[in-house]
Design a protein around this ligand. Structure first.
Ligand SMILES: [Fe+2]
Length: 306
């Protein structure tokens, strides 16, 4: 049967296409649709990354993998993941049909919800995928959400986005071009900070350097490269640098930033909010990531009264 063969493969799943056409952002996980090939892809990804985690992942991540009882043999059911996750930090993985506009994404974090992709990459594309899939989201991100301090960082990040939305809506609305330029700059700063920490962050652990960024933790090839390659520049994180540093998603990162601890990371998110209030995020350097009209409107039209 065609549906079973196609299953829930990235960019090829009719279930997801239908949800997108219906405008459904939040969906359920139709577990019966995963094909044998989808399950095999999970098994191969997990088997290949596990030894790399042992060498390069930070210890909180490894605790998270254990605490979530992830099954190496089959695609996780979000309900099972949440059963173990929620008692620890009240976070939950919430299935989405695809792209979530920036404000909505950050606001989910504020409410301890993590928008989670349910499709899985094709079996012949194990190494690289530009868009997130369930392996990136569940095996790369969610183990970190079992750590209380890290979870607090994500919530704090969501609060910064709410502050940015409130501020955006209070800007002078008579010059829309000037307003949009400020909001785009704010979004760029937040996206860059998120990229260089939550997605690609490195962290000191004793005398070693370990990975906590999910883009690295879910990459078979880049996790080792991020720690060992002489081609990567690794610097102690500086907020003024990160918010002005463009990034590109289609190749290995040549520049990575190191935090001392998740307390350090939490303080940086605090600082990000202070800088937002002070206007220091209003004129960040141009370049990637480009502002997307949906992201902009998600901030300008956000309901921020709760
Ligand atoms: Fe991610």
């Amino acid at each position: 049967m065609a549906t079973v063969d196609i299953g829930l493969t990235t960019t090829k799943a009719p279930f997801i296409e239908n949800a997108q056409q219906n405008g459904d952002m939040f969906i359920h996980q139709p577990y019966e649709l995963y094909s044998d090939e989808n399950q095999e892809t999970w098994r191969r990804l997990y088997a290949r990354i596990r030894p790399l985690w042992e060498s390069y992942a930070n210890s909180k991540f490894m605790d998270g993998v254990d605490n979530l009882m992830l099954d190496p043999q089959s695609v996780p059911r979000l309900a099972d993941v949440n059963k173990y996750l929620q008692p620890l930090t009240a976070f939950e993985a919430k299935a989405v049909a695809g792209y979530v506009p920036a404000y909505i994404f950050f606001d989910c974090l504020r409410q301890r919800q993590f928008p989670t992709t349910i499709t899985i990459r094709e079996g012949n594309k194990l190494d690289y995928l530009p868009e997130p899939d369930i392996f990136h989201d569940i095996a790369g991100h969610v183990p970190m959400h079992t750590d209380k301090r890290f979870a607090d960082v994500l919530v704090r990040f969501g609060e910064v986005a709410k502050t940015a939305a409130l501020r955006a809506q209070q800007l002078n609305q008579s010059d829309l071009a000037a307003r949009d330029k400020i909001v785009e700059s704010n979004i760029r700063a937040m996206a860059r900070f998120f990229w260089y920490t939550i997605e690609f962050g490195l962290m000191k652990q004793g005398s070693e350097l370990k990975v906590y960024g999910s883009g690295l933790l879910s990459s078979l090839a880049e996790i080792q490269h991020s720690i060992e390659s002489p081609q990567v520049q690794r610097y102690p994180i500086r907020l003024e640098w990160v918010i002005n540093q463009y990034f590109e998603i289609d190749h290995f990162q040549e520049l990575l930033f190191i935090v001392d601890s998740f307390d350090h990371l939490f303080d940086l998110v605090d600082q990000l909010e202070s800088w937002l209030h002070e206007g220091k995020l209003d004129n960040t350097a141009g370049g990637e990531p480009r502002a997307n009209p949906e992201d902009l409107s998600s901030f300008l039209n956000a309901k921020v009264d709760d």
